[in-house]
Design a protein. Structure first.
Length: 292
């Protein structure tokens, strides 16, 4: 098997992190694309690109990720999050390539009281969650050569995310109201990027350990958005902004979010022998990387 890996949506948080760590793996050949080079919603473009580049593995980091914006842009969201994964899966099937696709904790409704396993019933409560679940289902109708990794509350040094927003808002304001009744697991995109490469090396390029399917990956431990924000300010050392815990009802968001979306990561840890850091340790690592 060749070791050529096509990464789509490579200018986003996760794609950027894969780009950053790929130099640590000289045995793997990466092709990084984003929408200007390869629009994954265009079946002809995908098929021509796949034919020309012939990757063994496609890592789909491309998505429509604005959860509130999605409520008002249903057609476009479905095109990117639901139909494009099917297009990629079909192109992979044609060329016997493997597809690693990223999905989300927002496929669940948040009514659980313990971490969600891969076998728990899905029931998305937002357009974004619905579109991501539809993407998963469409891949499954095409072939079996896929790995769907559901992750949650992702942040990195790059792009739009909670960590960067909180730091910049806290520098400007004396108080910030943050939701304290939604619980999840913040996940550092670099940890997920390392996990993906680890799985590629241990499993996909080693057919004896070949284990396709759906897996949950999130940093260990959980917290509310308020606790997450407090930890960010503590680590950065911003003392001029006071955080005020509020309920979801008090925060006027366009899209509904699950109240509880902690992911059980037992399956991925056991199947691939992967260690997953605690979210507080990974946050420190990200913030220190941002500083340097
Ligand atoms: N962020 C989170 O909190 C979170 C949580 C759970 C799961 N996830 C999932 O994790 C994956 C990666 O998320 P992320 O935060 O890294 O996303 P991101 O930062 O929003 O990056 C997504 C990238 O996809 C590109 N893209 C959009 N439409 C495209 C198209 N038609 N063709 C090719 N590229 C296209 C975007 O380009 P433009 O910016 O130009 O549109 C962007 O560079 C996604 O599947 C997401 O659903 C994310």
């Amino acid at each position: 098997m060749n070791s050529k890996i096509l990464v789509t949506g490579a200018n986003g948080q996760l794609g950027n992190e894969i780009r950053r760590i790929c130099r640590n793996f000289p045995g793997l050949e990466f092709i990084f694309t984003d929408v200007d080079m390869l629009d994954i919603t265009n079946p002809d473009a995908v098929s021509v690109f796949m034919e020309a580049s012939r990757p063994a593995i496609v890592v789909n980091c491309a998505a429509y990720t604005n959860v509130d914006g999605a409520e008002e842009s249903v057609k476009n969201v479905r095109k990117i999050n639901s139909l494009a994964p099917q297009v990629l899966a079909a192109a992979c099937a044609m060329q016997d390539a493997f597809l690693i696709h990223i999905s989300t904790d927002y496929v669940f409704d948040g009514e659980a009281t313990k971490p969600y396993t891969e076998d728990d019933e899905t029931n998305p409560i937002s357009v974004y969650g619905n579109s991501k679940l539809e993407g998963e289902e469409k891949i499954k109708t095409v072939f079996d050569n896929y790995l769907i990794l559901r992750t949650s509350w992702m942040y990195s040094e790059f792009g739009h995310n909670f960590v960067r927003s909180i730091i910049s808002l806290a520098k400007e304001r004396e108080t910030l109201e943050i939701v304290n009744d939604q619980i999840g697991s913040p996940t550092y995109a670099r940890d997920l990027a390392n996990c993906i490469i680890d799985i590629i090396i241990k499993s996909i390029l080693n057919p004896k350990a070949y284990l396709p399917g759906i897996y949950h990956y999130a940093n260990q431990g959980s917290c509310s958005w308020y606790e997450f924000a407090q930890e960010i300010l503590d680590v950065v050392g911003i003392k001029t902004c006071k955080l005020v815990p509020i309920s979801t009802d008090q925060f006027p968001a366009v899209a509904k979010r699950p109240k509880y979306s902690v992911l059980d990561t037992t399956k991925i840890r056991a199947s691939f022998g992967i260690g997953i850091p605690n979210w507080r340790d990974s946050l420190r690592e990200c913030l220190s990387s941002m500083r340097s």
